[in-house]
Ligand binder design. Structure first.
Ligand SMILES: [Zn+2]
Length: 300
């Protein structure tokens, strides 16, 4: 065969292989179907450049699998102008309008706990030292979109910050996204979006073999442990242990997902264990290992 012919055959083989790899999915089939439906909603709304890629649940009791639409994995891209990046920093905001809890915490209390969690990640002297996690102010406008897709909020502008801690939401959101009983077991969830081209295909503009994260939203279950919830003995609290659910612990875990950490263990015990097990305000060795896997080559 001529060299050009060999190249063509190789190209054709790759062209066949790549879409097959991209089709591999992981997670609960019902959740994956819901994610595809959400992406159909986004397309129908004319929002064609972002797509839901990954959803992770933090629970009490039964753990839930990671759900993602592509096997490839996804990472932030340093300086990505599509997400209004602040250079090599990663930005976050806390939506104050949904910060109060039915269990009696004020928005100021939950925001301070979320800020402490982000400061903990920012202050790690491991691979994360190469990235500054910078707070952006609450814009006073709607900064998120998942709530809209489930009829419990408006359609916001999602690029006020890279990570949006969207606040405390009705149990119905957690039943809708987690299936029957979801609102009973799910304390919070994190949704990662990726950028897509005009045809809806995820992009990898920096060629790192990861899809490009566009934004991340974190939602907390307001009716977990309240009289309106089934687990009436687990209220949201600040810095106290069982039966309370400690906001900072959950925020540290959820914003770990926002920083591209996945679940691991137990064992070993880690902030990124998938089931709540009391107060954890400091990353443990396996969390550091995860951070180094993701962030050691940042910026890239
Ligand atoms: Zn999690």
């Amino acid at each position: 065969m001529k060299p050009t012919r060999i190249l063509f055959v190789l190209w054709a083989a790759l062209a066949l292989l790549v879409p097959m790899a991209a089709l591999a999915q992981e997670g609960d089939p019902a959740t994956l179907a819901l994610m595809r439906q959400m992406n159909g909603q986004l397309q129908a709304l004319g929002i064609k450049n972002i797509a839901v890629e990954q959803i992770e649940f933090f629970t009490i009791g039964q753990g839930r699998p990671l759900n993602r639409l592509h096997q490839t994995g996804s990472r932030w891209v340093a300086g990505d102008p599509r997400r209004l990046a602040d250079g090599d920093n990663i930005t976050y905001l806390v939506d104050q309008s949904d910060g109060a809890t039915t269990s009696g915490l004020t928005s100021a209390q939950t925001e301070a706990a979320i800020d402490r969690a982000l400061a903990t990640w920012n202050n790690q002297e491991d691979c994360l030292r190469q990235v500054d996690i910078v707070k952006r102010p609450d814009p006073g406008a709607d900064p998120d979109i998942i709530d809209f897709l489930f009829g419990v909020g408006g359609l916001g502008f999602p690029f006020y910050a890279d990570i949006v801690d969207a606040g405390w939401y009705p149990r119905a959101l957690f039943d809708a996204i987690g299936g029957p009983g979801g609102g009973d077991g799910i304390l919070a969830f994190s949704v990662s979006f990726v950028f897509t081209d005009d045809d809806g295909n995820p992009t990898d503009v920096n060629g790192d073999n990861f899809l490009d994260v566009s934004l991340n939203e974190v939602y907390y279950n307001d009716h977990f442990g309240t009289p309106g919830g089934i687990r009436s003995g687990n209220p949201w609290v600040i810095d106290s242990g069982f039966p309370g659910i400690d906001v900072e612990t959950i925020a540290l875990h959820e914003n770990g997902h926002s920083l591209d950490l996945r679940h691991f263990g137990p064992p070993p015990v880690a902030v990124m264990n998938p089931v709540y097990a009391g107060i954890k305000h400091e990353p443990l060795p396996v969390d550091h290992a995860g951070m180094c896997t993701v962030w050691s080559s940042w910026p890239r």
